[in-house]
Ligand binder design. Structure first.
Ligand SMILES: Cc1cc2nc3c(=O)[nH]c(=O)nc-3n(C[C@H](O)[C@H](O)[C@H](O)COP(=O)(O)OP(=O)(O)OC[C@H]3O[C@@H](n4cnc5c(N)ncnc54)[C@H](O)[C@@H]3O)c2cc1C
Length: 404
């Protein structure tokens, strides 16, 4: 049986390896001049290739599609990914939060290992080959069209990725192929991405707050409330908590949400208030912008004072009780009024894609078009940061690769 894999990224290379290992005649077609261009930039160039946790725990980090992915993750769990890379000569290390990286800290080693494994298994890898159309006749995938060539096949595996960082080659071709084949494709939105704010927070640009609680509400209900890290940027906010929020709330307009930071979660309002009373009385002749510098990073002090409507130059001994209470409320509930999520060019993943109702979760094959499979980011399933998205690409690639 001949299998064609479209896309030489994480899921395509894994699919090609297992298809070749299963004895099939495999051709992988990649449109770029080299394989795994997106893999090179993952994990800030170090590639957090999976998360060393059991499948059940893994699925808790899946935001959309956990039920669908159950079989894929149990059949090809993180332990199998680690075994695959180690058996093919790539030493790994496990860091904070069970994140797995190549011991060399080089994402390029992950791609090289996948490429080598594919070649050793007998897959034919071709780059500079852009698939323009899938040949479907009478509800069966028969091959693919390139610019000037038709390659016949018994099975076509679409592993063309999502829409993020389009310069890496992920330009959403798989969604088009799916629509042309008559499959339902869920709308795509960027996720694991920063938030542009309505207010100018650039005075705090570059500041990372390590232990803050971010609470997001929608329609009066709490969507998300977690302790973690937030980074202030030139456009607004980013960092782990914001990325997670962008995934959980990817389909909501930030303008419709109420997002606030508790900048001092270890102190309740009463304790914070008495601490301020004591700071203000001890430093009664100092300006407020200097008094607060002990409690908050300098760049944030002016933003907090502005929000609390206290002039930064005001002497501590002139601050009224009302102003102090406003300050406490601002520190415990600093508003982050979102405007819009940053775009696909900066997002880590694409939410949406080929509807899970269209696919058989055991084989990743379309229920409508025989012999047509989808894997990786083309599929409407995604997870949080920590190596989970690449593992989804590997597990779904594995299933598509071994399916007969
Ligand atoms: C900056 C960044 C950092 C990330 N870091 C991590 C991380 O550390 N850990 C993690 O788990 N996830 C990470 N991710 C997410 C992860 O990279 C993706 O989830 C994963 O790469 C998806 O794999 P894929 O095989 O589906 O798609 P891709 O890796 O995008 O591969 C798709 C391939 O298909 C090719 N292609 C597209 N169309 C065609 C066509 N018509 N013909 C031929 N070839 C085609 C593309 O050129 C591309 O090479 C990161 C993402 C980004 C953007």
């Amino acid at each position: 049986m001949r299998k064609i894999v479209i896309g030489g990224g994480a899921s395509g290379l894994m699919a090609a390896y297992f298809a070749a290992k299963s004895g099939h005649d495999v051709i992988l077609l990649e449109k770029n001049e080299k394989f795994g261009k997106k893999l090179y930039i993952t994990g800030k160039g170090r590639c957090n290739l999976t998360n060393d946790c059991p499948p059940g725990e893994f699925l808790e980090h899946v935001v959309r599609g956990a039920k669908f992915l159950h079989g894929a993750i149990f059949r090809f769990p993180p332990a199998e990914t680690m075994k695959f890379f180690e058996e093919h000569g790539l030493s790994l290390k496990v860091e904070r939060g069970n994140r797995v990286f190549p011991a060399s800290d080089k994402a390029s080693d992950v791609t090289k290992t996948l490429e080598r494994a594919c070649r050793e298994a007998g897959a034919e890898l071709r780059c500079g080959c852009e698939v323009t159309k899938i040949d479907i006749q009478d509800g069966v995938a028969r091959g693919v069209f390139l610019q000037r060539e038709h390659i016949p096949a018994d099975r076509v595996i679409v592993a063309t990725g999502g829409l993020t960082y389009p310069s890496t080659g992920s330009t959403g071709d798989g969604y088009r192929f799916a629509r042309e084949a008559g499959l339902r494709v869920e709308p795509q939105t960027p996720a694991l991405v920063g938030l542009e704010t309505q207010d100018d927070l650039s005075a705090a640009q570059g500041i990372t707050l390590k232990n803050v609680v971010l609470t997001a509400k929608f329609g009066g209900k709490t969507l998300f409330s977690h302790l973690g890290e937030v980074l202030f940027t030139h456009y607004g906010v980013s960092g782990p908590l914001i990325l997670t929020l962008s995934s959980v709330a990817s389909k909501l307009s930030p303008e419709e949400m109420t997002v606030a930071l508790d900048l001092k979660p270890a102190l309740d309002e009463k304790k914070l208030s008495s601490r301020l009373v004591s700071d203000l009385s001890q430093r009664c002749n100092e300006q407020m912008k200097s008094v607060l510098r002990g409690a908050l990073p300098a760049g944030l002090v002016l933003l907090v004072l502005k929000r609390a409507e206290i002039p930064p130059e005001k002497r501590a001994n002139a601050v009224t009780r009302e102003e102090r209470e406003r300050l406490v409320r601002t520190i415990k509930n600093f508003p982050v009024r979102g405007r819009v999520w940053r775009g696909f060019s900066e997002a880590v993943i694409t939410v949406g894609g080929v509807s899970l109702f269209e696919l058989d979760p055991r084989t990743m094959e379309s229920k409508r078009v025989r012999g047509l499979c989808f894997c990786g980011e083309t599929v409407d399933a995604d997870a949080l940061t920590g190596g989970f998205n690449l593992q989804i690409a590997f597990s779904t690639g594995y299933l598509a690769g071994i399916a007969d």
